[in-house]
Design a protein around this ligand. Structure first.
Ligand code: SF4
Length: 251
């Protein structure tokens, strides 16, 4: 199947079956989403949603973070991964929002990436979710699922995956496609053992196609070997039977 066809099926399937996917992180405004996404690096959304209610209550604005210390922020996020670094980033992010961006979350991934703790992936999430820009955040799920389905070819880095996806997904679907891929990777196309038996994408998935062809080839090979062995055995039995008959005639 051509790559363009896979893209068409991918967009058609999810547009019809999951037209309005949303992030599983809990937030009420752009500032809270920015904090939650910074915290979510190398951590689960579930864990982040457990710590953010108290964190948002204590630090409702960028000013509150800017006025705090990383030690205090740490005490609210100690159960997430890399709490020391993330606490420092959050305080630094609050300060920069106040000093450079009037306390508001800026638009545009270049501006967003200036903030401490904000890499390209986080910037793309904010750009697509808050500002509805056609930005594609590539995390581990997006990276894996796009490759398995066959939406990417030889894309070895998140940036390469991002470029190929942005180039091929119609502009109006890029922002939601990020959620489609993440949710599919989180619940069906699991890293260690993808649930292909319940996946609705098998008919255009490259991984499924390849594995099925390989499995079919292996089955055919095994059947051929079995046939050859059986024919050999039959031949041996015939030879023995003829020999026995000959001996009985001679006697
Ligand atoms: S068929 Fe399997 S490998 Fe392909 S997307 Fe579905 S779960 Fe993933």
């Amino acid at each position: 199947m051509l790559k363009a066809e896979r893209y068409r099926h991918f967009v058609e399937y999810f547009s019809q079956n999951q037209p309005n996917p949303v992030t599983e992180l809990h937030y009420n405004n752009p500032f809270q989403l920015l904090v939650a996404v910074i915290l979510s690096a190398q951590c689960t959304d579930k864990r982040i949603n457990q710590v953010t209610p108290a964190l948002f209550e204590r630090f409702p604005t960028a000013q509150d973070l800017a006025d705090s210390t990383s030690d205090e922020v740490f005490s609210y996020i100690r159960s997430v991964s890399y709490p020391n670094n993330k606490a420092k980033h959050l305080v630094g992010m609050g300060k920069m929002l106040m000093e450079v961006f009037n306390g508001e979350v800026p638009s545009g991934i270049e501006n967003l990436q200036k903030l401490p703790g904000v890499g390209r992936k986080t910037a793309n999430v904010i750009a697509s979710v808050i500002f509805e820009e056609p930005a594609m955040a590539v995390d581990t799920h997006v990276f894996r699922v796009a490759n398995r389905i066959g939406l990417t070819n030889n894309a070895r880095t998140p940036l390469a995956v991002e470029k190929q996806l942005v180039q091929n997904i119609p502009k109006e679907h890029i922002a939601v496609a990020h959620h489609w891929l993440i949710l599919h990777g989180r619940y069906i196309c699991l890293a260690r053992s993808p649930k292909c038996d319940v996946c609705p994408l098998t008919w255009f998935c490259r991984y499924y196609e390849r594995n099925n062809i390989e499995a079919a080839l292996k089955r055919a090979e095994a059947a051929k070997e079995k046939k050859v062995k059986e024919a050999k055995k039959k031949k041996q039995l015939n030879t023995i039977s003829k020999e026995l008959k000959k001996r009985s005639v001679d006697n």
